[in-house]
Design a binder for this molecule. Structure first.
Ligand SMILES: *Cc1c(COP(=O)(O)O)cnc(C)c1O
Length: 410
């Protein structure tokens, strides 16, 4: 499929000379693990005992009736420990770190979800943990900073540049260059230099393996289409990898259209014409950048989709036409979330709700013979601040005001 981490025109490993040996060591450890059936058994065992695998595939009977088209099934990654698919990747990397005999992990985080998952893994495996986070994000994402610190991680606010995710990534690489003998960098998605896109896909492929088995058991067939939201692309690559070889199964990646593609306030790299190919953060893909290669500001109601780059593997799968890319606006996403809550009692994360929005749009055009699967990548409890604002919930506002007043008196 690739030579040295290239997927068609995309991918690669654009890394400083000093890190080459560290990347070689990681690639070897990963390849040895992949060739060793005991490693995967150990991985499945820990995901079963510590998280919630296999996560269920839920038939959404009420949504199916509501749209009157395809039968809708939902893969429940929200039931994982820490509330999303991210734990699949970090636990896998944790097992690898143990094999490599390193005692410290570092990670970058934007919204904080990957930071919380990494800090959780580090606590479980007894590793020292440092999380780099832009100063702006530290201020915006206090609940996640709180949990990371309680889990024993050191959270380092990054004051360079625009003080957001990309600056945190630079800082994490700087740390790695200094501490590579003792430290592993737990990259959070299917992006970055080789072997990360392939390695993270491998860990997340547990989602697709389970889904393929479950959908066959429950419906006796393979689905017509599979929907996943796309930030960096890890939950999408995870579920898609169960179906890549089944040419009849349509795969749909849904990006953030934010306030609308025409406004420029979005994070849509593969479903819009706004991104162009470049090399940044160690790999080649479509980036939302200006003519000088300066990264543009992105926007999404879902913090986890708010990213300038995208998986080189997905960029390739777009070029080959294997995956269709769509986008959903903030407003469409809130409407889809609302419907999933009211009709099924499910609370998908705002990220996952992008996949729901597109699947809802397509469902009524299909027939009851057709089965579609939506990857519910995470649970929405974490989004209460954003969602309560989007619904303009007066009771919630009053609650926040009263809490703030309590702290002022104290
Ligand atoms: C982080 C996150 C995403 C986006 O990351 P991918 O690598 O694109 O999967 C999607 N959904 C949830 C719930 C997340 O926490």
């Amino acid at each position: 499929m690739h030579e040295r981490g290239y997927y068609g025109d995309f991918g690669g490993a654009y890394i400083p000379e000093i890190l080459v040996a560290t990347f070689d060591e990681l690639t070897q450890a990963f390849e040895a693990a992949r060739a060793d059936p005991d490693f995967w058994s150990e991985y499945e065992a820990i995901m079963g005992n510590y998280s919630c695998r296999p996560t269920p595939l839920t038939f959404a009977e009420n949504l199916t009736r509501h749209f009157g088209g395809a039968r809708i099934y939902i893969k429940r990654e929200d039931l994982n420990h820490t509330g999303a698919h991210k734990v699949n990747n970090v636990m896998g990397q944790g097992l690898l770190v143990r094999r490599m005999g390193k005692g410290r992990v570092i990670a970058e985080t934007g919204a904080g979800q990957h930071g919380v998952a990494t800090a959780t893994m580090a606590a479980r495996f007894g590793l020292e943990c440092t999380i780099y986070m832009g100063e702006v994000d530290v201020e915006r994402q206090r609940p996640n900073v709180f949990w990371m610190e309680r889990l024993g991680a050191e959270v380092v606010p990054v004051t360079e540049g625009t003080r957001i995710l990309k600056d945190a990534i630079n800082e994490a690489f700087r740390d790695w260059v200094t501490n590579m003998d003792t430290t592993h960098y737990v990259l959070g998605t299917v992006c970055g230099p080789h072997p990360f896109p392939e390695m993270v896909t491998w860990f997340q492929s547990i989602v697709g393996q389970e889904t393929r088995r479950q959908v066959r058991e429950q419906t006796g067939r393979l689905p017509q289409s599979v929907y996943a939201c796309v930030g960096g692309g890890s939950n999408a690559m995870g579920i898609f990898s169960g179906f890549l070889d089944a040419a009849d199964v349509e795969l749909i990646g849904v990006e953030a259209a934010g306030r609308g593609l025409a406004t420029g306030a979005h994070a849509s790299r593969l479903a819009s014409a706004d991104a162009s190919v470049g090399v940044a953060q160690g790999y080649k893909t479509f980036f939302l950048q200006d003519a000088d290669g300066q990264m543009r500001e992105t926007h999404s109601i879902a913090a986890g989709l708010d990213y300038v780059g995208v998986s080189p593997i997905l960029a390739h799968l777009k070029q080959t036409g294997r995956v269709r890319f769509e986008s959903a606006t903030d407003a469409e996403v809130v409407a889809a979330l609302s419907l999933a809550m009211r009709l099924e009692g499910l609370i998908p994360a705002l990220e996952s709700s992008h996949a729901f929005a597109q699947a809802f749009e397509d469902a009524s055009t299909l027939s009851p013979e057709d089965v579609i699967v939506i990857n519910q990548s995470g649970r929405g409890d974490k989004d209460i601040f954003t969602v309560a604002d989007a619904f303009g919930d007066p009771g919630w506002r009053q609650f926040i005001r009263e809490k703030a007043a309590e702290y002022e008196d104290a």
